[in-house]
Design a protein around this ligand. Sequence first.
Ligand code: UD1
Length: 430
Amino acid sequence: MEQYIIKGGIPLVGEIDISGAKNAALPIISAAIMSDETVTLENIPDVNDINVLLEAIEKIGARIVRVDRHTVKINGSTISECGVDLESMKKIRASYYLLGSLLGKYKKAEVPLPGGCNIGSRPIDLHLKGFRAMGVKVDLRYGNVIAGCDCMHGAHIFLDIVSVGATINIMIAASMASGRTIIENAAKEPHVVDVANFLNSMGANIKGAGTDVIRINGVEKLHGTTYSIVPDMIEAGTFMVAAAATRGDVVLRNVIPKHLEAMRAKLEEIGCEVEGGDDSLRVVAKHRLNRAHVKTQPYPGFPTDMQPQIGVLLALAEGTSIVTESIFENRFKYVDELARMGASIKVEGNTAIIDGVDKLTAAQISAPDLRAGAALVVAGLTAEGFTIVDDIGYIKRGYEDFDAKLRSLGAEIETVTSERDIQKFKLKVG
Ligand code: UD1
């Protein structure tokens, strides 16, 4: 089994390129099959969740050509079935986006109920409520969502909770429904806007993405396009935190600074220097950082996907910090692992009370989910001694070449698969 081994205590210094956003690429790949012409997607991150989804759409008949590591051509004209039956699809959350795209194009779909990180109860009732309002009959049977209709029509849909997934899924399906759909209380995340821009580049008629009301006029056909995926704000945020936690100096290239404002504001509040360029951001931390209070919120608030990383940073800050998780109820699973490294954190309900410590010490720890796993790697980068991180499969679902990118900034981290590899690493780095 793969693990990371890290020798901590080295400030990260240098420049790195941020990859395309996984959470934009997943719905965009799903929606690409709605055209019978070829869609070329650029800046696709090479991460496991994406590869599982590409395999799934190939299995239902789409033609996939990998032009290079980050470019893929998808042609949906050869799709022969609307049922997705792939064991690995059950593990990824974004399997639900194939519901929207298959329903939009073929008016029927059968998709496994989504899996993904276990960060709390993750229902898809809002997605299904939206589809039902558009005339779709939805059944849940044997762990699958089975949906279909003769004619999918536009509808006026109010989302009770701001949901990224439901907003995108309804938008995808509505782009090929007959008539007008209005989504109220829509999510405003950059990936919602990216999916709308992508669909519009295929001939869809979507207005208002990025605000809380999205209006979609359904079209009969979508055509081919070439589209480049937006940079990953969560990967960027993770490297911002890694730079700050190790008291480093890192320039992130290929970012949209506007998407990183919540993170930037919090890092400046606790004492980092952050300089923005047109498509780059530099984060410098020269001394111990200060405490802060953080509450996760839908965009443009502080992202829930950055909560574990900022938690690690505040575990090392001066004073007592409070982190409130208001999106998912089970996102503090990293806290027990961090406590084993010497952090002082008490969790009460959806709040973590963090008493900052001077330093963390190395331990063998386990990644509980994708973002918490990345956060624990950041903890390891700061800790004295050799940290071993287990279950790094979670991290590989969403971060491309995480260890290699960290190494390019000077970190001592390697993927190992045996005790022999661990000993070799220890001998090498001393
Ligand atoms: C997406 C992201 C995930 C991120 C989250 C919030 C993907 C693949 N995943 O997840 O990384 O943490 O957005 O930014 O893009 N809810 C319902 N019913 C629904 C749908 C959601 O009650 O039908 C609730 C959820 O339980 C949660 C909240 O709404 O409390 C927000 O969830 P949502 O924005 O839908 O998250 P995901 O799309 O699953």
